[in-house]
Design a protein around this ligand. Sequence first.
Ligand code: UT7
Length: 328
Amino acid sequence: MGIRIIGTGRCIPDKILNNDDLERMVDTSDEWIVTRTGIKERHIAAPEQSTSDLAAEAAKKALENAGITPDMIDMIIVSTITADHVFPCTAALVQQKIGAKKCTCFDTSAACSGLLYAFNAAYGMMASPLKYKRVLVIGAEKMSTLVDWSDRSTCVLFGDGAAAFVLENDENPDNPDFYVAGEVMADGSVADLLIVPAGGSAMPATHETVENKMHCIKMGGPKTFQLAVISMVSACRNVLEKAGLSPEDVVWAIPHQANRRIIDAVANKLGIPEKVYLNVDRYGNTSSASIGICLDELNRSGKIKRGDLILAASFGAGLTWAAMLIRW
Ligand code: UT7
């Protein structure tokens, strides 16, 4: 086999919301946000810009980067927790917006770990007898629609954005697979720690749910922080062990960009702080898009070359967590 990432793209909305802007909205300060999270600014999509618009824009750039046309795609997977609608799936909307023809389309919902879940699913389906040849994997979020802009403990954290990847199986045994090893996990016993309570079948929308902001993010921050560090470190160690590799073999480490302090704690425990890629200061937490935006920035700036080993790790609502070793 030779399943490889042949194109990457991202879409970052134009509007920037910086910490000074937030100081005017809630009782917070640039100093608190930077010290506790490392975030300086985040991008916010325009009202008319939906998640599928961000996803389609990133996908078009990834297709261009890969040098292929939309009709050559035979599956689209969108990882998102901010789908345009309850149904249809966002992937089908992206299919239409990029001009792809008939192909398999579905969404994955694993919050901030979603992109790694989607890569895992794509790789499995490409390597199986299903024989998907070219797959678009997209992480896209309009987190600003889930944020309670009066809750200082969460509104400073999130941003909008999307990243897309074209995977191709050229069936050339001389081309090593991009997927070296992975681990995708969840623990539903702590689902309440990070949740949007209303809007689903458990708590359908009513005037009361809207008034009580039950359609917005509720998070137990410190506990989430603690579990994020534990689970990402353990997943990274497990995938390195599965691959028979050590942290020294890694060229770039891309942790989910939720909080600079979480990233530092994970990197220090793994002993690879100098290998970490960071952009949390510019985008905040873009959930499913976070690792993807990092990868696209690294690719387009020429900081990674074919053969480099990249260790990605993420953590999010579910709780879910994942780590993946990629051979570029
Ligand atoms: O995407 C994956 C899931 N999410 C995460 O990974 C996020 C994980 N958690 C975190 O990143 C951190 O827990 C936060 C950044 C959310 C909070 O940082 P913290 O150091 O854990 O602060 P805390 O929640 O313990 O709050 C400390 C204080 C509190 O005041 P008191 O009770 O000590 O007087 C908060 O009310 O900071 C206060 N606070 C703020 N102050 C100014 C909370 N948010 C703010 C704010 N500005 N924005």
